[in-house]
Design a protein around this ligand. Sequence first.
Ligand code: GGG
Length: 357
Amino acid sequence: MNASRRYSIAVIPGDGIGKEVMPEGVRVLEAAARRFGFALDLQWHDFASCDYYLKHGEMMPQDWKARIGKVDALFFGAVGWPDTVPDHVSLWGSLLQFRREYDQYVNLRPVRLMPGVPCPLAGRKPGDIDFWVVRENTEGEYSAVGGHMFPGTEREIVMQETVMTRFGVDRVLRYAFDLASKRERGHLTSATKSNGIAITMPFWDQRVEAIAAEFPGVTHDKYHIDILTAQFVLNPQRFDVVVASNLFGDILSDLGPACTGTIGVAPSGNINPDGTHPSLFEPVHGSAPDIAGKGIANPVGQIWSAAMMLEHLGEAEAAAAIMAAIEAVLSTPAGRTGDLGGSANTRDCGKAIAESI
Ligand code: GGG
């Protein structure tokens, strides 16, 4: 919480359903600000979107950092419109730039079974599944190091490296162990594949053991990613904090919410824990071109991301009130969107949550 309780936030809806769920996220933020007495300076930006690319030939202006200026946080929707801009161009031109330039080296994603969300796994009830995925967010498999030679010929070669630095691995592991140390169960699971990926992953395992020594109160184990995904489906209740490399963490943090009902409700924080740069909050889901423009997208992932952002800014009471409002609205079929068997559209659901705060 800053002394003035005035927060400057860059609002970037992006593409597809990002443009539909963002107004609901903002509606709820504004309701929380009114109720808890803090102020918001919201600056909306149209860049980091494929529409911007089609007009300007790039996803963001060269001076995007100056245009955003000094902000307390970024609130982001979704990116991608593969019919017009290849996915790797839209992602590397927007979200991945934010993560790297703002050194948001932790991607924090909760997996929680919420009341009112039908769980595809039999016999589970709210409270049974409640864990965090901590994804390394600035290096690993998401590196642009590699090459493409002799394109279109029989000699064609493509290669791409995984980059792990001791600095980068240690800092995300330390964050994950620290998070586990503050939780009741105090358990950390590491995602690996050191039997098959025989250079980077044994290094990752070695660093897990080294950092574990700094946290004697935290128990830990490791699973190869293939059996770990099976365990997410079969026994998700066994997890507390799961730490993973960039790609493994991305996969696990879609799978986890799918196991608890839908990725439509899942939020994430791209965190700069050192506070040297702003953090960015966004739903886990993408732009969903198949349902974009219909007004039926589930806005809960965006709204839960608003709660994570307020918690990060020190407005814990407001964050808790948003979570309580989400739970209340999800508990009624009239409040839920169609993906959860309800009758609400995007706006109805957002309004109901804002009014419950
Ligand atoms: N709101 C998240 C979003 O738009 N994600 C698009 C995506 O493909 N993200 C990949 C990633 O998070 O690495």
